[in-house]
Design a binder for this molecule. Structure first.
Ligand code: SF4
Length: 501
């Protein structure tokens, strides 16, 4: 029996930007008795189903964006006589769907790290259960990834998780509902050991693939203190202290190690934290700005973010502490209008963002926005290709509308075109070159241009373009520039590197 773990993808680029961590965590969770698992990441290339034999186990993790391809792979594997097991956020939310569409024998709901061994034992005995409820694990139960199975020279960035869960409750995000609002932080030792292993293998760029790297804000501490809520205050202080302990452990790593993470804008008000981040080699962060207007922020329950000059100042604070920001913006919120596109593009430039992404509002399952939207479109009987719009991930790729939320004043096409224009503007060669001055040497600037163009091709053109010619062109282009980009990120292996004390 061979265990195959498959990360499904509609598009393959030959080279991956970030290692799909779950593949390597489940590889680590696979007991030796079941052999060394075969890992397939379809963002690199498609699975060769000819290698799947009767009696093998095929584990597929899906989110809504790749569920359709995952179901295709599941059916192909089942036709070859394999046991098919689905997991991941989407399978957790819709546990019946993989059975209906993906040829599943089993579905695992929740964190799969520990239950995977049981699933494999049951498959080996020919008796897999239709459903496994794994729930949420405590952080000391999280498994490290099995990086020894990583293929050479295929990824630009490795990924390590330090915390699961987020205390916020943004309406477009499913993280807090799936992973919970209690931050579950891994011990610094476990995190640092994994990072050192990756650095030994030559990865010097590592994404800290966390839901929210800054789970306790200064305002949270002040509020608990004001309310004289001692137990909450102590809990929050302990979480914060653990973050600083981790940052202190990262600081002595080799000087050329670079981390990137996801964080809320509130960290900008905490210079002590930003300083510690920078000292810990965290020099890039994805910050969810979402909207540049107070109404837009209220639309997404994110009114803890500021707007106007205060927003520009906060975003600049990251840069002042040596942390580059990838700003994330949403278009198509109910309060947006035609002027929102231009205002957002201007703010992204004023705020010294190094990278930015502009995404059309998409109701992702598991979110508050989705629940309200699905209720409405189901009541209206909206469907595409015979599939209810509220199951948009099941609509074939070439017929799937890129924006699903109707807007009070703008048409779907207006939002799509406006979004595309902002991408075009932010990533025009002239503007990229201007931003490239954030690095010193000419070589680094050229690398910056290449990476900016790659980012745009991978995420803008393949994400929001609707005509297939443009999509194919973008994928070809990304495939072509991904290889030289990977070389720019590679570091010299340090096989003798020791874990800092
Ligand atoms: S968008 Fe970010 S801050 Fe908001 S709930 Fe999701 S992870 Fe937390």
């Amino acid at each position: 029996m061979t265990v195959h773990l498959v990360n499904p993808s509609h598009v393959s680029f030959g080279v991956g930007v970030i290692t799909p961590r779950w593949l390597y965590v489940l590889a680590s969770a696979t007991p030796d008795v079941h052999g060394i698992p075969s890992l397939v990441d379809e963002t690199l290339e498609r699975i060769d189903v000819g290698k799947v034999k009767a009696g093998d186990v095929v584990g597929i993790s899906i989110h809504s964006g790749n569920a359709l391809r995952g179901y295709e792979v599941g059916r192909l594997a089942r036709d070859r006589g394999a046991f098919v097991v689905f997991g991941g956020i989407h399978a957790t939310l819709y546990p019946d769907e993989p059975h209906e569409h993906g040829g599943a024998h089993s579905v695992v709901r929740g964190d799969g790290d520990r239950i995977w061994a049981t699933v494999l034992d049951d498959c080996a005995e020919g008796k897999p259960s239709p459903m496994y409820e794994a729930g949420r694990l405590d952080p000391e139960e999280f498994l490290p990834a099995r990086w020894s199975l990583l293929p050479r020279n295929r990824y630009m960035w490795a990924s390590v998780q330090t915390v699961r869960g987020c205390p916020k409750h943004c309406s477009f995000c499913s993280v807090w509902r799936i992973d919970g609002q209690r931050p579950r932080q891994r011990h610094a030792d476990a995190v640092v050991e994994e990072i050192v292993e990756l650095r030994r293998r030559g990865f010097r760029y590592i994404a800290l693939a966390d839901d929210n790297f800054y789970p306790v804000t200064l305002s949270d501490l002040e509020a608990a203190s004001r309310r004289a809520n001692d137990s909450r205050l102590r809990r929050l202080q302990a979480i914060r202290a653990e973050r600083f302990a981790l940052l202190a452990r990262l600081a002595p790593l080799p000087a050329d190690t670079i981390f990137f993470t996801q964080i809320t804008l509130e960290a900008a008000e905490d210079p002590e934290f930003l300083k510690a981040m920078h000292e810990a080699h965290i020099i890039g962060a994805l910050v969810g700005v979402e909207s540049v207007t107070p109404e837009g922020l209220q639309d997404v329950y994110k009114d803890f973010n500021p707007t106007g000059e205060a927003l520009v100042d906060r975003l600049r604070a990251f840069r002042q502490h040596g942390i580059h920001v990838l700003g994330s913006f949403i278009f198509g919120l109910p309060s947006d209008g035609p002027s929102t596109f231009d205002a957002t593009a201007r703010l992204a430039e004023q705020a010294d963002l190094t990278f930015a992404q502009f995404v059309p509002l998409t109701p992702f399952p598991g979110t508050i926005d989705f629940d309200a939207w699905a209720k409405r479109v189901d009541a209206e009987g909206q469907a595409v290709a015979g599939i209810p719009l509220s199951r948009h991930w099941l609509i074939p790729q070439d017929q799937n509308p890129r924006v699903h939320v109707s807007h009070p004043t703008m048409s779907v096409e207006e939002i799509r075109q406006g979004t595309q224009k902002v991408w075009d503007r932010f990533y025009s060669l002239r503007r990229i070159w201007r931003r490239a001055h954030c690095v010193e040497s000419l070589k680094s600037r050229l690398a910056f241009v290449l990476i900016s163009k790659l980012y745009r091709q991978m995420y803008a053109n393949t994400g929001i373009a609707t005509d297939s010619a443009r999509l194919n062109r973008a994928a070809r282009w990304a495939r072509w520039i991904a290889k030289p980009c990977r070389r720019l990120f590679a570091g010299t292996p340090m096989p003798d590197l020791q874990v800092p004390a």
